[in-house]
Design a protein. Structure first.
Lengths: 114, 113
């Protein structure tokens, strides 16, 4: 019963490097999303997806790309890392079904850009 | 557009005292509302949620929250604080129309012995 799996848990990048944060869910949820968490700012939505092949921007999308080729996977790509992208990243998988509506989160990826 | 406001970035209470963490939301349609707790260096844990039905919702660890549509509020309470309640608490909202889960900026709860 894996739920939402994020990898890696920790990552250090140099400015300008690229990388992909992986997110996978095994609950067959249509909705997935990526957040970044910074002190005093809560969790801010980066990108989200309402199904395979459909993605949209959240509050802070600049510098990040996403794709959703399958229901299970929703990777987040940093094309050219910047120190301002140092943060903790969370992936979420959710379903909207009346009283059963809920969101599930991965354990997070702590990213440092130097 | 939906939004969430949490009043007070830090709340400090004595052990055994009432805990009250405030959350107000803005939504054009009836929302789904959530409270999450985050302990240091950990992920998010669901405390409780309001989706439909009874407006007073009970969650884990003795917490409860009441959905008040007229006040657009979903405040979190606990009658008696415990040292283990020290953590950061996040209020969040989903709208059916957008499917986006939007968070407040969080409230850090400090519990004094």
């Amino acid at each position: 019963n894996a739920g939402v799996t994020q990898t890696p848990k920790f990552q250090v990048l140099k400015t300008g490097q690229s990388m992909t944060l992986q997110c996978a869910q095994d609950m067959n949820h249509e909705y997935m999303s990526w957040y970044r968490q910074d002190p005093g700012m809560g969790l801010r939505l980066i990108h989200y997806s309402v199904g395979a092949g459909i993605t949209d921007q959240g509050e802070v999308p600049n510098g990040y790309n996403v794709s959703r080729s399958t229901t299970e996977d929703f990777p987040l790509r940093l094309l050219s890392a910047a120190p301002s992208q140092t943060s903790v990243y969370f992936c979420a998988s959710s379903y909207l079904q009346g009283a059963r509506t809920e969101a599930f989160f991965g354990q997070g990826t702590r990213l440092t850009v130097v | 557009a939906q939004s969430v406001t949490q009043l007070g970035s830090h709340v400090s209470v004595s052990e055994g005292a009432l805990v009250l963490l405030r959350c107000n939301y803005s939504s054009s349609v009836p929302p789904y509302l959530f409270w999450y707790v985050q302990y240091p260096n950990q992920g998010l844990q669901l405390l409780l949620k309001y989706t439909t039905g009874a407006t007073l919702v009970k969650g884990i660890n003795g917490f409860e929250a009441e959905f008040k549509k007229s006040e657009t509020s979903f405040h979190l309470t606990k009658p008696s604080a415990h040292m283990s309640d020290a953590a950061e608490y996040f209020c969040a909202v989903i709208e059916d129309s957008s499917y986006k889960l939007i968070f407040g900026s969080g409230t850090r709860l400090l519990v004094r012995p």
